[in-house]
Design a protein around this ligand. Structure first.
Ligand code: NAD
Length: 349
């Protein structure tokens, strides 16, 4: 490969910046996919990449995903994402966060950062000492801000209910069997709400203690991580990793619905067709999991209160409905329909 332009995931990204700070040891990448709709917003991830090229691919894909997610959520924000290339322990120091904050500040607001994998509200506070262009900061009672996770969960829960209605004709999750992959922040919020509605829950996490704790709290059944996607459930909800839906796993699915909050669930675009051809209803990930960025956006732009956030998240099911309707009308898979809608919104049809 000769240049960045040859990366298959390069999609006319407006800017890809490599950041190194010798003193703190920071190595990071900031990718801005599109500012067509507004400043590029998306979290910063701390990850250990075996090869630098993997970090580039991640930043390219994730930033494009944020363009799609923000546009579909009708937020006045473009898409961007940053990755901090960490050691195997994914350690980060206050100096590294400060250097990252300065890099964000230098972009003058074209990129707005927030939490992603490996980053906490506390880290955002450290970054905010060096830049104004950050959200996901602590909020006091009644203010918009803080951890986006619970807001993502709420949107995923609403999306799961919409899918249950569409595919199974059920107005509630009562009595339905929900198989949840992951027992973290998003999965936890979904499991609590679904349990309250009377769903039967099976869940799995590679962190066995985490799975046990959540299961005990919501009265769920713990299953093996390599089985959870393939249970004979009513709904499978991936809320852990990306790229879990590929040719092999899709052929083994036994549930009529896949709806969950994990980012980048489809390994390749062809997997959108595969899932469609099996007659499984799929909720495009960046549409159903937009609750967190809706909260971040409202905090950053100061254009609403908590009830506005709620009301914006409650539009997620309607968006899924439109995608599923168009999928039926055109015979195209739901993920491709969503991508087309998003690309039209960012002027890249
Ligand atoms: P989290 O770190 O709180 O939880 C993820 C959980 O998945 C962890 O407990 C981890 O042990 C588990 N896990 C990892 N690999 C697994 C596997 N193979 N099988 C089963 N469990 C596994 O993260 P989160 O914030 O809940 O995010 C979950 C997913 O949702 C991620 O894909 C994330 O990108 C996506 N997402 C999160 C938000 C948010 O606001 N937190 C927003 C949008 C999308």
């Amino acid at each position: 490969m000769d240049s960045l332009w040859d990366f298959p995931d390069f999609d006319g990204h407006e800017l890809v910046q490599f950041v190194t700070d010798r003193e703190s040891g920071l190595t990071a990448l900031i990718a801005i996919h599109s500012t067509h709709v507004g400043p590029a917003a998306g979290g910063v991830r701390v990850w250990h990449y075996a090869r630098t090229g993997d970090a580039v691919v991640d930043a390219l894909r994730l930033s494009r995903g944020m363009s799609y997610k923000n546009a579909m959520a009708e937020l006045p924000l473009g898409g961007g994402k940053a990755v901090i290339l960490a050691d195997e322990n994914r350690s980060k120091t206050p100096e590294m966060l400060a250097a990252f904050g300065r890099a964000v500040e230098r972009l003058g607001g074209r990129y707005v950062t927030a939490e992603d994998v490996g980053m906490s509200v506390r880290d955002m506070v450290a970054i905010s000492r060096e830049t104004r262009y950050v959200a996901g900061l602590p909020a006091s009672e009644g203010e918009v801000g803080g951890d986006p996770g619970p807001h993502t969960s709420y949107g995923v829960y609403l999306g799961v209910r919409a899918a249950a209605k569409r595919a199974l004709g059920k107005d509630s999750l009562a009595g339905l069997h929900l198989a949840i992959q992951g027992a973290g922040s998003v999965a936890g919020g979904l499991a609590r709400r679904a349990a309250q509605d009377g769903a039967r829950i099976s869940l799995a996490d590679i962190d066995a203690d985490r799975a046990e704790r959540l299961a005990a709290e919501v009265g769920a059944n713990v299953v093996a991580p390599d089985e959870v996607l393939f249970l004979e459930a009513d709904i499978v909800s991936p809320n852990a990793l990306g790229a879990i839906l590929d040719e092999r796993s899709i052929s083994r699915l036994r549930a009529p619905v896949v709806a969950g909050g994990a980012n980048n669930q489809l390994a390749t675009p062809e997997d959108g067709d595969r899932i469609h051809q099996r007659g499984i209803l799929y909720a495009p990930d960046y549409v159903i999991n937009a609750g967190g960025i809706i909260n971040v956006s409202t905090e950053y732009l100061r254009d609403g209160d908590e009830s506005a956030v709620r009301e914006r998240i409650e539009r997620i099911p309607g968006r899924l409905e439109r995608i599923w309707d168009e999928s039926i009308a055109t015979g195209r898979n739901a993920a491709a329909v969503a991508d087309d809608m998003a690309r039209r919104l960012i002027g890249r049809a």
